[in-house]
Design a protein around this ligand. Structure first.
Ligand SMILES: [Zn+2]
Length: 119
């Protein structure tokens, strides 16, 4: 997995940026200071993206999804099926969203996809 390494790289780069900013302050170089501040902002954005991606990866590893009868089901080690989960949300953002039973079928509370149950 490359995610922890990416975070280490970001931390190291952030540290280098901070040192460079201190040097730029000592030299009183305004352009260099601004460039380094831009760099720091970029690093913060990358760090946030990295955290979001790790969360997404954890989410995916937490489930053992199988597509059965137009829904996703989380198949546990003992074979029990948990669900159904919304196929649009799982295929799109890999969000595990439970479908809710309604009077006229099954509804996803997030993307509002509506289906009628098979069989
Ligand atoms: Zn959905």
């Amino acid at each position: 997995m490359c995610t922890p390494n990416a975070l280490d790289v970001i931390k190291t780069t952030y540290g280098i940026g901070k040192k460079a900013l201190d040097i730029a302050k000592q030299l009183n170089n305004v352009e260099l200071k601004e460039a380094i501040l831009d760099l720091k902002e970029e690093i913060i954005a990358l760090r946030e993206e990295n955290i979001a991606l790790k969360e997404q990866l954890n989410q995916k590893q937490r489930y053992n999804m199988e597509f059965i009868d137009n829904y996703y089901w989380d198949i546990k080690e003992d074979g029990t099926k948990v669900g159904p989960f919304c196929p649009a949300c799982w295929d799109g953002d890999e969000k595990a969203v439970r479908m809710q039973e309604g009077a006229f079928g099954t509804l996803c509370p997030v993307c509002h996809i509506k289906t009628t149950k098979k069989g």
